[in-house]
Design a protein around this ligand. Structure first.
Ligand code: ATP
Length: 589
């Protein structure tokens, strides 16, 4: 499945399937009571609206010829009451429908978000985030409309159709059959257009997803775009996607209009035919009041049919969207707790990679037969060429990915057999991207330990030398920062992320290029704090700036899918190997 590009349509994995609608029934069922009330109110409103022509028939056929003004007055009164009741119940019904629609949106989004939070890194590596956003926001909106309004209107229109047919039969059987003669013709039209219509609406959802994916990527990379003056080229790409979206929408609308057009035509022809036949029968067989009443019903009879054909579109769209929503809900949580997973007890920090082989895509191994024994409290540095697999080693430690073979143990516990929560809660990870969330600086530091007091947050910030710059900010720790920390320098972001990691008080610490953006002076100060942080904890430090890892207990030079060199700084320097070359090259720089 082509997922990882904004300009490639996602292929549908399942054909049109009523199962999607039935499955969506779970969300509808929760609101069955409210929906039933809404349907009941709709039915009362529709029934009240439909008595009108029948009253007119009576007035024209009986009250007017007999000059029975009393009866005429009563009929007018009943009609007025019916109109008022119809409006009253219609308003009530709208209120209930809004509630149902919003609650369905709420429930689906909740389930989707909870599932998204469980999906492994691999899922996010594989697809543009804009496409995920489209599903959670746009598709859920459309689907909820179909599931609330759509279902209620469907029931209502069927009810309307039956009721109108009954009223028409009560007026005149022959003329009713003339009006109904158009139905088989209509069904043929709908079934001819149906496949094209479905394909067209699926294309719309694909193109809209592509457009969103590109928009999301463009917003994320806007600074780079402007720095490289790529605006014109990007506008061209965006316009191409926008044009495709526009064309797909027009095509889908055209197929839907075809259905509407055919209903409109068929209804006009059959009502015309009904008038002709009715007029030719005018007399004792068909009275004028009856002809007027049945004509009023005949126009109304085709309205629910038109509405039902529109609802058919709505359901077709909804099924296309549901396919994508359920596809995401069914996305397997490949990194999950084993059925018999145990809680990892409080760890000391021994780590063992035992013959571990790992590949991101099951084709090229990044690590092969990787072995490493780390004692509790040991500080390990990972160095080596770009793309050698340093980050991969630490990613495996937190089980962000499953290994292909071998065993990874912490204090002797195979990490694939313990719960993810008990494993990750004891790890402190500072990734290359020091992500800052929108909120205050205090919130950001407290992110991994919500029960930490303000004093503890400040103490952590002081340890990592972040306190000084935070205090200088307008509202100190309560200063609001934007998503991704756009108002902060890279170094400031790293210091905040550092404090966040320290506060979570992990047993095993992973620092992936944690100090790469911090100036040399701050870094020297930070080193003191770092000593506090590292003391007694097992740590894995990845750094290209080798001065920062010189004092680590052991340095591993990662290359060729494994550990090429291992030892202390002095030992590796004395060996005159890869590490020595890397170090002396940096010294020369
Ligand atoms: N999510 C991913 N999906 C597929 N391949 C990946 C993924 N992440 C990394 N790789 C590949 O795995 C290899 C090791 O990547 P890794 O990030 O571990 O290297 P690294 O040594 O940490 O590099 P750097 O020093 O540049 O951070 C690289 O060849 C990279 O292309």
């Amino acid at each position: 499945m082509a997922r990882n590009r904004f300009d490639v349509d996602e292929k549908l994995e399942t054909p049109f399937n009523i199962k999607h609608l039935l499955r969506a029934g779970v969300y509808v069922k929760r609101h069955a009571k409210t929906m039933l009330i809404s349907i009941l109110f709709s039915a009362i409103s529709a029934a009240c609206a439909l008595v009108g022509p029948k009253l007119i028939e009576r007035a024209l056929n009986v009250a007017v010829p007999n000059r029975d003004f009393k009866q005429l007055f009563i009929l007018a009164g009943i009609m007025l009451a019916a109109i008022v009741l119809s409006i009253f119940f219609s308003i009530k019904r709208s209120r209930y429908m809004t509630v149902v629609g919003q609650e369905i949106i709420y429930d689906i989004r909740k389930d989707l978000f909870e599932h998204l939070q469980r999906l492994p890194f691999q899922f996010y590596d594989d697809r543009p985030h804009g496409k995920i956003l489209t599903r959670v926001i746009n598709y859920v909106n459309s689907v909820s409309d179909a599931l609330s309004n759509g279902i209620i209107n469907f029931v209502l229109e069927i009810f309307n159709l039956i009721l109108i047919a009954v009223f028409m039969f009560l007026c005149d059987v022959k003329l009713t059959l003339v009006v109904m003669a158009g139905i088989p013709l209509f069904l043929v039209m709908v079934f001819l257009i149906k496949p094209a219509q479905r394909r067209a609406w699926q294309d719309v959802s694909n193109k809209s997803s592509n457009l969103n994916a590109y928009l999301h990527e463009s917003l994320d990379g806007m600074k780079i775009t402007q720095a490289f003056t790529r605006e014109e080229k990007n506008a061209e790409i965006y316009n191409t996607l926008n044009t495709k979206m526009y064309k797909s929408w027009m095509k889908a609308q055209y197929t839907s209009n075809l259905v509407w057009f055919s209903v409109d035509n068929i209804s006009t022809w059959v009502v015309g035919a009904m008038y002709l036949i009715g007029l030719s029968l005018l007399g004792p067989a068909v009275q004028i009041g009856t002809l007027i009443a049945i004509a009023a019903y005949a126009w109304r009879f085709w309205q629910p049919i038109l509405q039902l054909s529109n609802l058919y579109n709505t359901f077709i769209n909804a099924v296309a969207y549901l396919e994508r929503i359920f596809e995401m809900m069914d996305e397997p949580v490949t990194v999950d707790d084993a059925p018999d997973a145990q809680e990892l007890p409080e760890i000391r920090g021994n780590v063992q990679f035992d013959d571990v082989t790992f590949s991101y895509d099951n084709t090229i191994n990044v690590l092969e037969h990787f072995n490493l024994d780390v004692k509790a409290g040991e500080n390990i540095a990972l160095v080596g060429p770009t793309g050698a697999g340093k980050t991969t080693v630490v990613n495996l430690l937190s089980r962000f990915y499953n290994i292909n073979s071998g065993t990874l143990r912490i204090d002797g516990h195979d990490i694939s057999k313990v719960t993810l929560h008990s494993l990750r809660a004891q790890m402190g990870i500072m990734l290359q991207d020091s992500f800052i969330f929108s909120g205050t600086i205090m919130d950001n530091i407290r992110y991994g330990r919500l029960d930490a007091t303000d004093e503890e947050v400040i103490a952590a910030a002081k340890t990592v030398r972040a306190h000084e710059f935070i205090s200088e900010m307008p509202q100190g720790y309560n200063t609001q920062v934007n998503e991704r920390g756009s108002r902060l320098s890279q170094g400031q972001k790293q210091l905040i992320a550092f404090a966040r990691t320290l506060l979570s008080d992990p047993k095993i610490l992973v620092l992936d290029e944690a100090t790469s953006s911090i100036d040399a002076k701050t870094e020297r100060l930070l080193q003191e704090g770092l000593q506090v942080l590292l003391a007694g904890r097992t740590s894995f430090i990845i750094a290209h700036r080798l001065s920062t890892i010189k004092n680590c207990d052991r340095i591993l030079y990662i290359a060729d899918k494994g550990i090429a060199e291992s030892g202390s700084h002095d030992e590796l320097i004395a060996r005159h190997g890869n590490y020595y070359q890397l170090y002396t090259a940096q010294l020369e720089d």
